[in-house]
Write a protein that binds this ligand. Structure first.
Ligand code: PLP
Length: 407
């Protein structure tokens, strides 16, 4: 088998929504993955910030194997202990015994739950339907289902599927004055990422989340913090919003939570915790015992191995190394924890991604001019050094090609 052959077979059977990826992966161990031809790569993509413990981590392998052998599925007609234990852990991590959890399968579904809760909240406050508006941010990303898409601030992704649920107003991310102007008593909820991931790891001004909290409180709107990409250690904290001193009314999680097994979670605080009544929402697979067992293994390992502190320390090493690359192709380095964007001076992210791949490093060209680095949280300083080495060489190659093309 080769990547090229598999790509041909893929194109003959799959819908074209992703384009056809050109690399076929076969296995992984730690921070390395191996393709179907036996080439090894340092994985600084981590399945788009998902594989928090890297690949084939023994704690996840054991938890999943034991759970799938004991009981893989119950539906929501029956209780299971991994689900209850995971909700208990999340409740304790967010520090609120009154918080309540709904388990979904991914980030979009977690946000669908948040949107439905926002509707219920709006109706509970104004039964006449005067408080149904949602406010979200330009370039924000919350998922591909129709509800999550309705609050995703990328017109090219949204417009082909309109009409979408609404009303939704968009404001520029990071602009406190624009948020203040948009949030009035017609608004049920404001949806924010603590840092915009898909937009290219866009970090807001320092007091943005606190200002959003105050703006929502004044207008009586809910603050929904989408921690799907930022949560569970990615920024060196369990939750980026809470680390910034802001407790939301709703928090959504997915990606890293179960380290590669599908799960999403929507956590309701305060008045939101009690809005659902039996029959209001549901999912056949959401919070299945195997994904919950994997998530418990992830949370135990992050805690037991001191990974939050590790992320902060290694993140500082990665950031310093990126800043020292000093390439004429780099305009800016931004991010935190183990979550960085290298902003380029031109649309050469895809070329650098290819050149890095040829040197054994996987990175993600999240925008035409932005590379995203989101390695597993277990990455070591020597693996970061190795990645920086490969990235430096890739930047030099692409720069040399650009110089030749200009002559
Ligand atoms: N929310 C954020 C902040 C995301 O980054 C993503 C995916 O990238 C989603 C929601 C959607 O998650 P999923 O792809 O699991 O549906």
């Amino acid at each position: 088998m080769t990547s090229e052959l598999l790509a041909k077979r893929w194109a003959a059977v799959m819908m074209d929504n992703y384009g056809t990826p050109s690399l076929a992966l076969a296995s992984g161990k730690g921070v390395r993955v191996t393709d179907v031809e036996g080439n090894s790569y340092l994985d600084f993509v981590a399945g788009i910030a998902v594989s928090a413990l890297g690949h084939a981590h023994p704690a996840i392998v054991a938890a999943v194997s034991e759970q799938v052998a004991a009981l893989a599925h119950t539906s929501n007609l029956f209780l299971h202990e991994p689900g209850v234990r995971l909700a208990e852990r999340l409740q304790s991590l967010v520090g609120d015994p009154a918080a309540r959890v709904f388990f979904a399968n991914d980030g979009a579904e977690a946000n669908e739950c948040a949107i439905k809760l926002s509707r219920l909240y709006g109706r509970s406050v104004d039964p006449g339907g005067g408080r149904l508006r949602l406010v979200a941010t330009g370039n924000g990303f919350h998922g591909r289902t129709m509800g999550a898409l309705s609050i995703t601030g990328n017109p090219a992704k949204r417009e082909p599927f309109e009409p979408l649920p609404g009303p939704v107003s968009f404001v520029d991310y990071g602009d406190v004055a624009a948020l203040r102007a948009a949030v009035d008593p017609t608004v049920a909820a404001v949806f924010l990422e603590p840092t915009q991931g898909e937009a290219g790891v866009v970090v807001p001004p320092p007091d943005y989340l606190r200002a959003a909290r105050e703006i929502c409180d004044r207008a009586g709107a809910l603050l929904v913090i989408d921690e799907v990409q930022s949560g569970i250690g990615r920024t060196g904290h369990w939750f980026a919003g809470i680390a910034a001193g802001v407790v939301p009314d709703i928090m959504t999680l997915a990606k890293g939570l179960a380290g590669g097994m599908p799960i999403g979670a929507c956590i309701g605080f305060g008045k939101v915790a009690g809005l659902f009544t039996p029959g209001a929402h549901g999912s056949t697979f959401g919070g299945n015992p195997v994904s919950c067992a994997a998530a418990l293994a992830v949370l135990d390992t992050i805690e037991g191995d001191g990974l939050l502190e590790h992320v902060r320390r290694c993140g500082a090493v990665l950031e310093a190394g990126l800043r020292q690359l000093d390439s004429p192709l780099i305009r800016q380095v931004r991010g935190s924890g183990l979550w960085y964007a290298v902003v380029l001076t031109s649309d050469c992210a895809a070329a650098i991604e290819r050149a890095a791949r040829e040197r054994g490093l996987l990175v993600n060209p999240v925008r035409p001019n932005v590379l995203r680095l989101a390695p597993p949280l277990i990455v070591s300083e020597s693996e970061i050094d190795e990645a920086l080495h490969a990235l430096r060489a890739a930047l030099e190659t692409v720069h040399a090609h650009q110089a030749v093309a200009l002559t």
